[in-house]
Design a protein around this ligand. Sequence first.
Ligand code: NBP
Length: 476
Amino acid sequence: AKAQIGVTGLAVMGRNLARNLARNGFSVALHNRTQARTDALVEEFGSEGDFVPSTDLAGFVESLEQPRKIIILVKAGAPTDAVIDELVPLLDEGDIVVDAGNAHFLDTRRRESALKEKGLHFVGSGVSGGEEGALNGPSIMPGGSPESYAALEPMLTKISAHVNGEPCCVHVGPDGAGHFVKMLHNGIEYADMQLIAEAYDLLRHVLDLSPAELADVFRDWNTGDLESFLIEITAEVLSQTDPTTGGPFIDIILDQAEQKGTGRWTVQSALDLGIPVSGMAEAVFARSLSGDVVRREAAAGVLPGPAQAKLDVDRQAFIDDVRHALYSSKLVAYAQGFDAIRAASDEYGWDIDLGAMAKIWRGGCIIRARFLDRIKEAYDRNPDLPSLLVDDYFKEAVANGQEAWRRVVAAAATVGVPAPGFSAALSYYDGLRAERLPAALIQGLRDLFGAHTYKRVDREGSFHLEWSGDRSESTQ
Ligand code: NBP
């Protein structure tokens, strides 16, 4: 009998996704460029289900029932194109090719359109949850044609994570929609981690708490509104001791954060869409700064900091303040992320259901959190919500925490602890709620030096002032 679905690319992700499919009762064709990976999978896990290994791509394609369903899980970029180019001549009309790697959504749009011309379905699918998720249930964000989703749905919803019996998998929209949403998920993950890191840094500096005490703070936070996978594992990292020195593990890790690029892509895409995603941008920049060894070495101990390095604060009150700052800043980052998804959905005609995105992120993925239920409910109440921040529930949450948030940003500035995520989020919040912004002055300057014109608050139209002449106003 032929296999129901195939996976080519059997490194950590592909191997685990193939095992997940097999464990759920699907017969899975296997292929990898280097055969040793295929052999190793069958040898170690062959007993988990029905695997059909092939040594070459033609044999792999042959081993699949039609219309074929093939998941590619190779390195994103050129390797994905190489596999697609090799695969396409072997396929028949109606076959479905799924790229479950971290492709850029514009690559996915290009590939989808090229394969469509050949009568093939191309599904760019986000898969989140790392290797553990791939094995035990990831959050799955497939894009592509409705027909291809209908064919894949029974398998994808079965292998995905489930929350309250509901699968963390939904058809996101056409062509690049799935990969765009996966990219945004990663961007939000960057922001979330940066904010957690700032909370840790401030508590440690201001209150002199030990990593073990800080682990307890995060453990406590994980029982409330902040409950999430990232908060949970923060407590785990902070409570770990170093196997070599026996001291806190956090203190022996080199403080230079790396990045694979999806955070940067998110910010670049948002810039193109004209959507402020300052939370994510600050997170990407903070990682870049951490890795900028040359400049850090030139400045550390050289550039002066504030005279006041300590604050006289009540321990529990400050912990609560930081919790509010974290929650409010996190809300801003998510609000910005959902704004970017909406803007892309409008730009590319994807018709993405924002509430459904919050729903499929509740399980399986890195940003899974209690909070996502609240986002889903907000979009259920109003699918056209202009910003999550104006939803009644979130408005109230920030209203309750905003004074604390302001105290924390002020405290960070006072003692000289960097908190770009907290402060950028607060500035965004204040910018959003401002009745009048200094953008008026910018327009005035632009009109003066470049005759770029301005609009008036009291009349329609574009105007220019004769700055170098009699300063009369003309209609443009
Ligand atoms: P890698 O991204 O490390 O890629 C390794 C796989 O790509 C191997 O199977 C390798 O074959 C294959 N490959 C390469 Br490289 N070049 C190839 C080519 N020209 N032709 C055919 N195969 C080629 O694997 P991964 O970490 O499992 O990730 C797979 C995808 O999933 C990536 O797009 C990644 O961004 C995404 N992703 C990863 C995670 C994660 O936590 N790791 C999470 C979410 C998404 P070989 O064995 O012959 O070298």
